[in-house]
Design a binder for this molecule. Structure first.
Ligand SMILES: [Zn+2]
Length: 180
C-alpha cells in the first residue's frame, strides 16, 4: 500500500488517532484494552490500544505480526476542574489532540499539510469575492482573467483599492490560505 500512502496529500486522507475520542470511550484508562478499525482498504487497518498512566500502547495491523507504537500522554488542568489529556507528538514533542498515522505518528504541524476542505473553502471564498468585485467593474469573472478598464464614474482611489484586493485574493487562492 506504499503507492496509495505516497499519493495522500491532505490530512483528511491520513489515519487520525484522536486522544479526545479515545478518552471518551475510556480507552485511556490504565489497563484498558480497546480495539478499533480504520476504514477498509487503509493500512494499518486495525489497532489495539492499551491504556497506561502516561502512555498509550498501540498495536497496529495483523495481530500475529503487529507493529508496536508507544504514544506519550500528558495532562493539563482544565479551567473548570479535571484534566485534559493530550498526545505528545513523537516528532516535535509538542502537545496535540490528534496524531496522524500514515506517515509515522505525527501531529498536524509536523505534517505541515493543510486540510483539504479548509483549503477548498478558502479558495472558493477568494474566487467568490473576486468575482463580486469584477462584476462591479463589468469585467468577466475569474481570478486570473484579464483586467478591463476602470468603469465610468468609479473613483481612481476606489479602482486602485479594488485592484489591490484582487491581487491579494489571487495570492490567497494560490496559497490556499488567508493572506496576511
Ligand atoms: Zn509534531
Amino acid at each position: 500500500m506504499i503507492s496509495t500512502r505516497a499519493a495522500r496529500q491532505c490530512l483528511d486522507d491520513q489515519l487520525p488517532v484522536d486522544v479526545r475520542a479515545l478518552a471518551r470511550i475510556g480507552a485511556l484508562a490504565a489497563g484498558q484494552l480497546t480495539e478499533w478499525r480504520w476504514p477498509a482498504g487503509e493500512e494499518p487497518c486495525a489497532g489495539v490500544a492499551l491504556g497506561c498512566d502516561s502512555h498509550l500502547e498501540l498495536r497496529l495491523g495483523d495481530p500475529s505480526h503487529c507493529r508496536l507504537v508507544m504514544l506519550r500522554i500528558v495532562c493539563t488542568p482544565c479551567t473548570f476542574g479535571g484534566v485534559r489529556q493530550w498526545f505528545l507528538c513523537p516528532q516535535c514533542r509538542g502537545r496535540c489532540a490528534v496524531l496522524y498515522a500514515a506517515a509515522g505518528f505525527q501531529c498536524r504541524r509536523c505534517m505541515a499539510l493543510p486540510y483539504r476542505s479548509q483549503r477548498q473553502r478558502r479558495r472558493g471564498r477568494a474566487l467568490l469575492r473576486a468575482n463580486k468585485i469584477r462584476g462591479r467593474m463589468g469585467w468577466p469573472p475569474g481570478l486570473f482573467a484579464p483586467d478591463g478598464q476602470r468603469p465610468k464614474g468609479m473613483h481612481e482611489r476606489t479602482f486602485a483599492r479594488c485592484q489591490e484586493t484582487l491581487d491579494q485574493l489571487a495570492i490567497e487562492y494560490l496559497q490556499g490560505r488567508d493572506a496576511r
